[in-house]
Design a protein around this ligand. Structure first.
Ligand code: KIV
Ligand code: ZN
Length: 511
């Protein structure tokens, strides 16, 4: 009988905590909704004690999500567990996830605790969490560099204290598939009460083996896997959800497993994460990279045309990438547009559809052919609307290779009485001039950490998708703008990041 594997997604916790991947409340809720559509089993919504903002997002996700377990991370200390329990109050299926390091190196230098103290703390804190919640997960941080006999004693203690899931993290991405397989087998054979808990694994990708290690653990008997969309996460990232799921599905002959994931939602989930974080997926990335299903060489193309299975081990449709032959353009009607949205997996309310159709018509006037990627770009942030304190009214840019670039930007400030503000600036090129004019308008200090421009599709009339990352103190804010005019896309992305910054700071003042 095929073994059921539980998918624990930590995009919103381990993923979000990696540099440049932070998200605001609306974005996190939208990601959680998408993970629910993707049908993961557990959504780790955050680390409730980390900040008031983290607490708010765990709480909001717990209250929104009905069809997945919602987990919150806590160190093995009472105040963390209290905060997680409080944030999870509204969840249909809450889970407290608590962790404590078990390797000699972590116990000695980080925790400054003896092994006996770690055992005692594990027992107390799992039991403490159990008072709040029937589902308690215990993670032995740095498990793969821990003494095996000691690790067994820790897990035995955690299970006796009420842990329903014991997690084996490869915190520093150090293990190898054979070694990890062996460790899971060792735990199965040497933790006396192991049959009372689910064995979970959590692999980091420092040596590029996170997915291989996870799959080796599945073969050895782990039944929960922790992973993130696009493999985002601390340092080199976490094991990528899409790779684990598609490997288990495509090589079911090897793994003989089932999971609940709706694989046709994989592509959309990947797009959503890269669109929100501004962290693009490398083109040759397995499953979701732009080239993952592209056949360039003549021999391969010939083979695929004759019989797909010659070079295709899974279909693009299985991850929700449709091969669209229907072209939309300015003569396309509302029905055709609505049909296309359905195929792409969007369900919009009447108002959302009206707004999207209007945007589509404007775009179709500028572009002869509107492709799926254009529609996705139009809709990518539809549910993530934040107050637009500064709304672009118009801009004029004067540039050339023999003059100093000058930009004139006019915005409407919509905080209280709407106010028109206009500024002019020169700069090192047109984008710099426009950004400097906006800096004058906004008048607060932040720095530009990153700016990039992608083309949504091919062709001279392609839409440009601009991303900026602005730093204010320790925080990074990602802004995105899409337009057939790359200057406009850039200005919109800059204003979007500024609006997010203002919104976040206002929310924090209220907390
Ligand atoms: O990598 C790790 O050890 C973790 C734990 C908190 C599960 O993220
Ligand atoms: Zn981790």
């Amino acid at each position: 009988m095929a073994g059921r594997i539980y998918i624990f997604d930590t995009t919103l916790r381990d993923g979000e905590q990696s540099p440049g991947c932070s998200m605001n409340l609306q974005e996190k809720i939208e990601v959680a909704r998408q993970l629910e559509r993707l049908k993961v089993d557990v959504i780790e919504a955050g680390f409730a004690i980390a900040s008031p903002g983290d607490f708010q997002s765990v709480k909001a996700i717990a209250e929104t999500i009905k069809d997945c377990t919602v987990a919150s991370l806590s160190r093995a200390v009472e105040k963390d567990i209290d905060r997680s329990a409080e944030a999870l109050k509204g969840a249909v299926n809450p889970r407290i996830h608590t962790f404590l390091a078990t390797s000699d190196i972590h116990m000695k230098y980080k925790l400054r605790m003896t092994p006996d103290e770690v055992l005692e703390r594990t027992k107390k804190m799992v039991a403490y969490a159990k008072n709040y919640c029937s589902e308690v997960e215990f993670s032995a941080e740095d498990a793969t560099r821990s003494n095996r006999e000691f690790l067994c004693r820790v897990f035995e203690t955690a299970i006796n204290a009420g842990a329903t899931v014991i997690n084996v993290p490869d915190t520093v991405g150090y293990t190898t598939p054979d070694e990890f397989y062996d460790l899971i087998q060792y735990l199965k054979n040497n933790v006396p009460n192991i049959d009372k808990a689910i064995i979970s694994v959590h692999c980091h990708n420092d040596l590029g083996m996170a997915v291989a290690n996870t799959l080796a653990a599945v073969k050895a008997g782990a039944t929960q896997v922790e992973c993130t969309i696009n493999g985002i996460g601390e340092r080199a990232g976490n094991a990528a959800l899409e790779e684990i799921v598609m490997a288990m599905k495509t090589r079911n002959d090897m793994f003989n497993t089932t999971c609940r994931v709706e694989t046709t939602q994989i592509y959309r989930s990947s797009k959503l994460i890269s669109s929100i974080t501004g962290v693009s997926v490398q083109p040759n990335k397995a499953i979701v990279g732009a080239n993952a299903f592209a056949h360039e060489s003549g021999i391969h193309q010939h083979g695929v045309l004759a019989e797909k299975s010659t070079y295709e081990i899974m279909t693009p449709e299985s991850i929700g990438l449709s091969k669209n032959t229907m072209v939309l353009g300015k003569h396309s009607g509302r029905h055709a547009f609505e049909d296309r949205l359905k195929v792409l997996g969007y369900t919009l309310s009447k108002e959302e559809l009206d707004a999207a159709f209007e945007k589509f018509k404007i775009l179709a006037d500028k572009k002869k052919v509107v492709q799926d990627a254009d529609i996705e770009a139009l809709l990518s942030n539809k549910a993530i609307e934040i107050p637009e304190t500064y709304k672009l009214d118009r801009f004029v840019i004067n540039t050339g290779n023999t003059i100093t670039a000058t930009a004139n930007v006019r915005v409407i400030k919509q905080n209280g009485e709407p106010k028109v503000i206009e500024e002019v600036s020169t700069g090192d090129g047109p984008i710099d001039a426009a950004f400097k004019a906006i800096d004058k308008i906004v008048g607060v200090s932040f720095s530009l950490e990153d700016y990039k421009l992608n083309s949504v599709t091919e062709g001279q009339d392609a839409q440009g998708e601009a991303y900026v990352k602005l730093r204010r103190d320790t925080r990074l804010y990602t802004g995105k703008g899409v337009s057939t005019d790359v200057f406009e896309a850039s200005v919109l992305s800059y204003l979007n990041a500024i609006n997010k910054m203002i919104y976040k700071e206002k929310l924090e003042e209220q907390l």
